[in-house]
Ligand binder design. Structure first.
Ligand SMILES: [Mn+2]
Length: 230
């Protein structure tokens, strides 16, 4: 009798394994579940950039761009967005840091775009306001496929250490263009440029974490048009 019961259990298990593998087969035939991770390499005469991104990560990062302040910002971005992020970049920083900073923004944006696939199942909108001492910055995003940058961060100082503060705008423009993301950044208050830029990156991280998160109530793309693919 025990052996009969065991046989029954075994056959139930076999049946559910078969059902499970059929479900997996259906998913892989459909093939349109967004990958949620991406690896992108880009090489030009000015820079060589590699990015590996996992949307549902733990906030772990390995970042080496040759621009130490950018490394610090990207590590903070990964940590507070719970993205796993690797960035390796080498550029013509002997000229200045502009090409490298902008190109890291381009490749990070392409990684987000690829990881999000057809953007199905995501919450799409996200916003966050983050303080750092006297600095207070907001980021509001719509990962809709339509790029737009609203950049209202006025930093009085031209540099933070060696880093030119205007490069933050170039980075954000490249990221929003390549992700296909409407991004508004606002500075509400701030004096120290390091604090202002870091508060902006943390706000960006938290807003993008919300917007890229999967929302179980969304079937397909969260749009009355039915698509978010650009
Ligand atoms: Mn800092």
């Amino acid at each position: 009798m025990d052996s009969k019961r065991n046989n029954k259990r075994q056959s139930d298990r076999n049946l559910s394994a078969i059902r499970g593998s059929r479900a997996e087969a259906r998913l892989s035939v459909a093939g349109d579940a967004p990958p949620r991770h991406a690896e992108i390499d880009r090489k030009t005469r000015e820079t060589q950039v590699s990015v590996s991104l996992k949307l549902d990560g733990a906030g772990q990062s390995e970042v080496s761009t040759g621009v130490p302040f950018l490394d610090h910002m990207l590590e903070s971005f990964a940590r507070h967005g719970f993205f796993d992020l690797k960035v390796q970049a080498r550029g013509d920083t002997h000229i200045d840091e502009h090409h490298t900073v902008e190109d890291v923004g381009i490749v990070l944006g392409r990684a987000f775009k690829q990881a999000l696939g057809d953007r199905s199942g995501i919450r799409r909108f996200g916003e966050a306001t983050v303080p750092l001492d006297e600095a207070l910055c907001s980021a509001v995003v719509d990962i809709s496929g339509r790029a737009y940058l609203g950049y209202e961060i006025a930093i009085a100082q031209e540099r933070v250490g060696n880093f030119q503060t205007e490069l933050v705008c170039d980075f954000m423009k490249a990221l929003s263009d390549e992700t296909g993301m409407n991004l508004h950044l606002r500075m509400h208050s701030g004096r120290n440029p390091h604090h202002i830029v870091e508060a902006a990156f943390k706000a960006l991280a938290r807003a993008m974490d919300s917007a890229t998160a999967l929302e179980p109530r969304v079937a397909g793309a969260l749009s009355t048009k039915g698509t978010l693919s650009s």
